[in-house]
Design a protein around this ligand. Sequence first.
Ligand code: PBG
Length: 324
Amino acid sequence: MLFPDYRPRRLRQNENFRRMIKETHLSVNDLIMPFFVVNGKKIKRPISSMPGQFHLSIDQLIEQASLAYSMGIAAIIIFGIPGKKDPFGSQAFAKDGIIQRAIAEIKQKLPELIVITDVCLCEYTDHGHCGIVENQAIDNDATLDLLAKTALSHAKAGADMVAPSDMMDGRVTEIRGALDENNFSHIPIMAYSAKYCSAFYGPFREAANSAPRFGDRQTYQMDPANSREAIREASMDVEEGADIIMVKPALAYLDIISRIRDEFDLPVAAYQVSGEYAMIKAADQLGWLDGQRAMIESLLSIKRAGSDMILTYFAMDAAKAINK
Ligand code: PBG
């Protein structure tokens, strides 16, 4: 049907018509809130490259997590900033590491809130890479054991789900095995399956002090030019036992989210990363765009592309907007 018989504007003429034909709905159920946790007490230190985000000591983290939960957010993901770093990232799997202590305390205060942990070594290694470094190269297979240990230590501390973000080959098999052997077969794995080597992680690396000290992450994270490779990565993770497949970043990779949604029947997650958040916040602060609208529009686009859940620093702001 063509104009003048068909007039698409008929169904846009007022808010109630627009509500009736809305195809995508954002819900607080879609949102996962990330937090950065540091040692100490009563610390709520602003992260300059991520306005509105903070380094939180465990007590403050619990306050923020309670607030998130009271808004209807069902899950958080936590990132630890350790007191000391070494070549093996041993604080990543230390029994009394920052993340392990944070998980235990949150679960004590908020037993129902889903606590997801990022399984990676880069925040904990002194060289800043996500794996063990041998002669300036990343030793994939030597790293697997440490990742499994890290995931297991999170599960032991009480984590509800682990999310490997390192992009080493074979990590899901290794982590699934370690969890299953230790009576954690009920703990799901959210795999960062298609994680691109992206400039949009810049603010996170400042927040987590995890920028690589030499080289970059191109030998393990994916080339932004590639799309078929994302399908191969996701297939491997599914075969290896992943429960949720993640695409990261989100906005520059909506086509990948859409393809992955079409190819697999597992739940799909997307990570709207630090740089995506910082871009919108910065432009809002400069008065160059309406940050609130840009936030909702970007989240809607990620959902429309096919993501079932969104990890986003906007989670609490968006929940506020949705609940209004
Ligand atoms: C750890 C990890 C990173 C992010 C999530 N997990 C950093 C990286 O890969 O450099 C980035 C999240 C963000 O930018 O918000 N490997």
